[in-house]
Design a protein around this ligand. Structure first.
Ligand code: ATP
Length: 144
C-alpha cells in the first residue's frame, strides 16, 4: 500500500461508520489502530488494519497503556451508547489527543461531545441526507 502520511489515527468503534473510516484511512496510507469491545469485530478487522485491540475505550488507564497519549488523531465512532461515546471523548481529551473527531446520533449528543472536548463532531445521517438532496437536484456541489 502506498504510504503518503506517517500520521497515525485511532478509530474507536468498528461498526459500519467506524469500519468505513478505518478502511478508508488504510487505503489513504495511514497507520490505523482500532479499538472495540466486541471480540468478533476485533477478529473480523484484525488483518485489515495496522493494529486492532479489544478494549473498553472509556477506561482512560487502559487507553494510556495503549499509547493513546502519543496519538495525533482519534475518531470516536460509538453511536447508540451515548454514555460510552461521551466517556471515550473525555478520556481522549484527558490524554491530550490534539485532534478528536466524534460521531453524534443527534443535535444534543453532538453538543455534549463538543463540550466534552471533541474538536470535530460529525452527524453522518444529516450530512448524507443533505448530500443526497444535492445529488437529486443535480447540483453535485461535492464534486466541484
Ligand atoms: P454503526 O456505525 O454501525 O451505525 P452504531 O452507531 O450503532 O454503529 P454502536 O453499535 O453503538 O454504533 O457502536 C459502534 C461500535 O462501538 C460497536 O462495534 C461497539 O462494540 C463499539 N463500542 C461501544 N462501546 C465501546 C467502548 N466502550 N469501547 C470500545 N468500543 C465500544
Amino acid at each position: 500500500k502506498p504510504v503518503t502520511h506517517s500520521d497515525s489515527v485511532v478509530v474507536i468503534g468498528l461498526g459500519r461508520f467506524g469500519g468505513a473510516v478505518a478502511e478508508s484511512l488504510m487505503r489513504l496510507g495511514h497507520e490505523v489502530l482500532a479499538i472495540d469491545t466486541n471480540a468478533e469485530l476485533v477478529q473480523k478487522w484484525a488483518d485489515r488494519l495496522t493494529h486492532v485491540v479489544q478494549a473498553d475505550a472509556t477506561d482512560s488507564d487502559a487507553m494510556r497503556q495503549l499509547g493513546l497519549n502519543h496519538i495525533e488523531h482519534a475518531v470516536v465512532s460509538i453511536g447508540s451508547d451515548i454514555e460510552a461515546s461521551v466517556l471515550t471523548v473525555l478520556a481522549l481529551e484527558e490524554l491530550g489527543v490534539p485532534d478528536i473527531w466524534a460521531k453524534a446520533t443527534g443535535t444534543r449528543h453532538g453538543l455534549i461531545l463538543e463540550r466534552t472536548g471533541a474538536h470535530h463532531v460529525v452527524h453522518p445521517e444529516a450530512a448524507m441526507g443533505e448530500r443526497v438532496a444535492h445529488l437529486v437536484t443535480g447540483k453535485m456541489m461535492d464534486f466541484l
